[in-house]
Write a protein that binds this ligand. Structure first.
Ligand code: HEC
Ligand code: HEC
Ligand code: HEC
Ligand code: HEC
Length: 409
């Protein structure tokens, strides 16, 4: 697959937005399967500055049709019903009330509006609509702190073409400032098909003052869980206070990029596979032309992908993945239940005075760090498949810390 040029830096991005109709942003010779040649006239952007998916439909009918197939990925079973101990771990924050599995990119705006988790500010829309991204890039970080409902009323496009291509004809363009800022000079070290997804499939936090989406690292060497925890602890960052143990906690969100790129990954053994290699793949239309599927799905549901890209090394990919996922999920439950019992034990000790303040502070610190490692594994959407060694390592660390604390009772 031809590697796409990666446009980095807000300056270049803004320039590209301004020069949309000019060929300045197109990428030289166009030899893409399903591409419509280099003479594509890019439609005029909508009032929020994006060319919508629908506007691309005539130019890229196959890609558009595959994008719309994402509507079929519409199920979102509740994690809280599957794993009741989560209610204790997340007590005091929205995830204890409503926490469902993710579904496809086309539902982002619907899901963010329907969740029972409270969201006051527009920063919640960052990874839900490219229209918010354009607003931040043109009007600045103050958009993040704007009232949620005000911005929600102005936008209508879920994750779509602009999110990964800006308004270009299929070039990968990163438009999320927070990722560009965190990567700095390292942007060229990572494959752009990974970074495109890493704009949203990452661990982030809201800056306590500006409310801006911010990544807890600078440079990819600092993207490791140990360093991220050290960073959060150094700024005493608290996402929520668990109301059972009265502990200031960190909440992790979907760290797919960190896991895929993390220590122990087997991507190089597999020939340098990227997110799009495993989740998009080449499809063929009725006329026999091939195009890149934009139906983001599990590789296990994509037999054509398995046949063309995986089966030379995997004779039973479903089993390989299934074995890892059962092992990791079982272990998450064991460790998660220990963490739940530690919340209870600390809450009880604080109430009956059986531990001193110093002892309680030490226990809470172990609890906070343990749940950080556990959550980094639990909320990663592949359930260990992306990097089983990394997942095991996180659970080892989480269990070591929670055992150390429980031994003090
Ligand atoms: C602009 C933000 C954004 C980008 C970029 C993005 N995603 Fe997503 N992705 C999301 C969000 C948000 C969800 C969850 C949607 C929901 O549940 O409402 C999601 C869901 C998914 C799902 C479905 C998960 C499930 O459980 O069914 C897959 C698969 C996925 N993304 C893969 C990718 C891949 C591969 C890339 C890169 C090619 C990518 N995403 C880029 C935001 C993004
Ligand atoms: C979540 C990220 C993401 C979104 C959203 C997205 N794309 Fe893509 N697109 C990619 C990636 C990644 C590739 C490159 C895949 C590869 O090289 O394997 C790609 C490739 C392409 C290409 C080049 C295909 C080729 O033959 O080389 C075109 C054209 C394209 N996308 C158009 C679109 C259109 C139109 C939309 C909206 C309907 C869209 N994309 C939405 C990530 C995305
Ligand atoms: C080597 C192949 C491979 C690569 C590379 C890869 N994934 Fe995955 N991904 C998988 C497998 C296998 C699963 C588990 C699928 C299942 O449970 O059916 C998965 C699951 C997921 C899920 C959950 C999907 C669901 O339906 O529950 C998301 C989201 C996801 N990956 C995003 C990404 C992102 C983002 C990247 C790049 C940063 C990436 N993946 C890289 C193979 C890969
Ligand atoms: C060049 C050979 C090769 C190709 C091609 C390949 N894999 Fe793999 N894959 C491996 C090897 C080797 C392992 C490690 C097996 C083990 O640990 O038992 C592996 C492990 C995995 C794992 C588990 C990762 C982990 O950290 O334990 C997943 C998931 C996976 N492959 C998915 C895929 C998918 C999806 C494709 C096709 C898109 C693919 N692989 C293509 C060789 C390959």
């Amino acid at each position: 697959m031809q590697k796409r040029r990666l446009f980095i830096g807000l300056g270049i991005l803004v320039l590209c937005i301004l020069m949309l109709t000019v060929v300045a942003c197109s990428n030289g010779p166009n030899s893409r399967p399903g591409g419509s040649g280099s003479n594509v006239t890019i439609p005029d952007p909508n009032e929020n500055g994006i060319v919508t998916a629908k506007q691309w439909a005539e130019i890229h009918p196959d890609i558009y049709a595959s994008y719309m197939e994402n509507l079929k990925n519409d199920q979102m079973p509740s994690y809280l019903l599957q794993f009741p101990y989560l209610v204790t771990l997340y007590d005091g924050m929205g995830f204890a009330k409503d926490y469902n599995e993710a579904r496809s990119h086309l539902y982002t705006l619907q899901d963010v509006a329907e969740t029972a988790r409270p969201h006051a500010l527009a920063n919640c829309l960052s990874c839900k609509s490219p229209e918010l991204t354009v607003m931040v890039n043109t009007s600045g970080d103050s958009i993040y702190a704007t009232d949620f409902a005000e911005i929600y009323g102005k936008i209508s496009e879920p994750v779509s073409c602009y999110s990964c291509h800006a308004n270009t004809n299929g070039d990968i363009v990163l438009s999320s400032k927070f990722l560009i800022n965190a990567l700095g000079a390292d942007a060229s070290k990572v494959n752009s098909n990974i970074l495109a997804c890493g704009q949203c499939h990452n661990e982030y936090y809201f800056d306590p003052d500006s409310k801006a989406v911010t990544l807890p690292w600078n440079g990819i060497d600092k993207m490791r869980p140990d360093d991220i925890l050290a960073y959060y602890n150094s700024i005493k960052f608290v996402d929520f206070t668990n109301s059972i143990s009265n502990t200031g906690m960190i909440k992790i969100q979907h760290p797919e990029m960190e896991t895929v790129l993390g220590q122990g990954n087997k991507m190089q053994i597999m020939g340098g596979l990227t997110c799009s290699d495993c989740h998009m793949g080449i499809a063929t239309n009725t006329a026999g032309d091939s195009y890149i599927s934009h139906n983001w799905q599990s590789p296990l549901e994509n037999q054509a992908l398995i046949d063309s890209k995986c089966s030379q090394c995997h004779n039973n990919l479903a089993k390989t993945v299934g074995d890892i996922q059962s092992e990791i999920t079982a272990r998450e439950t064991v460790v998660g239940q220990k963490i739940a019992s530690l919340h209870q034990a600390i809450g009880k000790a604080a109430a009956d005075g059986s531990k001193t303040d110093t002892e309680l502070a030490e226990l809470r610190s172990l609890l906070r760090d343990s749940q950080f490692y556990w959550d980094f594994c639990f909320v990663e959407n592949s359930e260990g498949a992306h990097n089983s060694a990394f997942a095991r390592n996180l659970l080892d660390k989480a269990e070591g810390l929670v055992d150390q604390a429980l031994a003090k009772f």
